[in-house]
Design a protein around this ligand. Structure first.
Ligand code: ZN
Length: 136
C-alpha cells in the first residue's frame, strides 16, 4: 500500500512527497521557507533527522532565552524584541516537532487499532519497531 521506495513522508513537515533517485526527500517548501527535511530519508525509513532537529531547535531556544536573561540581569536599556519573538517561534517549532515524533512513536499502536477496527493499515517500519523494542 505505502510505496516506500517512490514516495515518503518528510520527517520535518510530514508532507508526502516523491523521493529522489537516492530515495531521499526532494527539496520543498514548508511555511514559505525551504523545508530542512529535504535531502533526508522519509520517516518510513528513519527518524534520526527529526530527533536531531528537536535537539538543535531546543539548543537554539535555550541560547536565546539565556541571552534575554543575561540582558535583564545586566539591566540592559534595550532588549531587541526580535530575540523574544525568536523564542516564541522556536517554542512553536519545538512543540510541532515533538508532536511529530510522538505521533511517529505511536505508529505501532495506531496500526494495531486500525487492524482491529478496519482490518487494514500501514505497518510500522522495522527501524521503529527495533527502536521501541530496545527502549521498552
Ligand atoms: Zn518537509
Amino acid at each position: 500500500m505505502a510505496d516506500a521506495t517512490h514516495h515518503g513522508r518528510c520527517q520535518i513537515c510530514g508532507r508526502r512527497l516523491g523521493l529522489s533517485v537516492m530515495a531521499l526527500i526532494r527539496a520543498h517548501y514548508f511555511r514559505a521557507m525551504p523545508c530542512s527535511g529535504a535531502g533526508n530519508p522519509p520517516i518510513e525509513k528513519d527518524d534520526r533527522f527529526l530527533e536531531a532537529s528537536i535537539a538543535q531547535v531546543d539548543a537554539e531556544r535555550s541560547a536565546c532565552a539565556a541571552e534575554i536573561q543575561q540582558l535583564r540581569r545586566a539591566r540592559a536599556n534595550w532588549i531587541d524584541p526580535r530575540i523574544a519573538e525568536r523564542v516564541d517561534e522556536l517554542d512553536a517549532a519545538l512543540s510541532r516537532l515533538r508532536r511529530r515524533l510522538q505521533h511517529n512513536r505511536s505508529w505501532p499502536l495506531r496500526f494495531e487499532r486500525q487492524m482491529r477496527t478496519q482490518g487494514w493499515g500501514t505497518p510500522p517500519p522495522p527501524y521503529l519497531l527495533a527502536q521501541l523494542g530496545a527502549s521498552a
